[in-house]
Design a binder for this molecule. Structure first.
Ligand code: AMP
Length: 279
């Protein structure tokens, strides 16, 4: 695996590859890699000649300084993991390199940028859109891979690519979970052993909603789950929305594609998850 630290160097490497009509898949990450990230890399490897993974903890998408400071850093383990799945390129730019030109943070996401993460992490998606905007300009990948684990982010990125009229295809990949249902996440590295089991309650409550579909109203389910979460977590939201517009639904007839979204703190670790309520 070749590592590049500057936009200029990786851009010229990829230009050479493209001259030979090679396809490039891109997987942006913030490091502290896990099997969820590796699933994205493997998919990208299967669908492209070369794969670039970036590790960049993007300060613009953190609305709380403590969160940025406590974000896990595991660069040496990350490199080994990337090599184990034959990733071709690792891109680790500095902030100065990536944001040499001041980024645009002025986006109009419409309903995608109103609730859930947008509400609880003000400025988060502006930061995400800015960094992806920059990465796509530098790398010009044929395809870029994002996890459904961050479903609202995936929707924002699809919106961005449409706005930019970019040639990059955005590929959404299913959430990888542990056997107990907990979604894999870099933040899990900050969970204590006992909390790992507790954290699976989020998955259990989403499954409960799926089983209770049409038996109870969306509001009844959200309220029940939110109250239940309060026993061990500090929940921020537990909400059921239309998966296209991300607008909350009042009744099941409001959408053919209901999806549940959750954010909750387990001690100091902020966990998010989501799941389609239909198969
Ligand atoms: P992050 O490093 O948290 O910014 O995540 C980088 C990419 O990996 C994003 O597209 C995430 O949605 C994706 N990702 C994170 N966790 C998972 C997971 N458990 N399953 C699938 N994709 C994931």
């Amino acid at each position: 695996m070749k590592q590049y630290n500057t936009s200029k160097a990786i851009r010229s490497e990829l230009e050479q590859l493209r001259k030979n009509s090679a396809t490039v898949g891109f997987v942006p990450t913030m490091g502290a890699l896990h099997q969820g990230h590796l699933a994205l890399i493997k998919r990208a490897k299967a669908e492209n000649k070369f794969v670039v993974c970036s590790i960049f903890v993007n300060p613009l998408q953190f609305n709380r300084q403590e969160d940025l400071k406590s974000y896990p850093n595991r660069m040496e383990q990350d490199k080994k993991m990337l090599e184990s799945v034959n990733c071709d390129y690792l891109f680790t730019p500095s902030r100065e390199d990536l944001y040499a030109k001041a980024p645009n943070l002025d986006f109009e996401f419409g309903s995608l940028g109103v609730g859930m993460e947008a509400e609880y992490r003000p400025g988060h998606f502006e930061g995400v859109a800015a960094v992806i905007d920059r990465f796509l300009d530098v790398l010009q990948p044929d395809r870029a891979y994002f996890g459904e684990k961050d479903y609202q982010q995936l929707a924002i990125v699809k919106w961005l690519v449409e706005q930019k009229d970019s040639n990059t295809e955005i590929v959404g990949c299913e959430t990888e979970r542990f056997p107990n249902g907990l979604a894999m996440s870099s933040r899990n590295y900050n969970l204590k052993e006992a909390e790992f089991e507790q954290a699976s309650e989020i998955y259990k409550l989403m499954q409960y909603c799926k089983r209770q579909l049409h038996q109870k109203t969306p509001q009844e389910l959200s309220t029940y789950a939110f109250e239940k979460l309060k026993e061990d977590f500090q929940p921020e939201y537990f909400t059921i929305v239309d998966e296209e517009t991300l607008k909350p639904i009042q009744s099941w007839s409001d959408t053919a594609k209901p999806r549940v979204f959750v954010a909750a703190y387990l001690s100091s670790v902020r966990l998010i998850d989501n799941m389609s309520l239909i198969d």
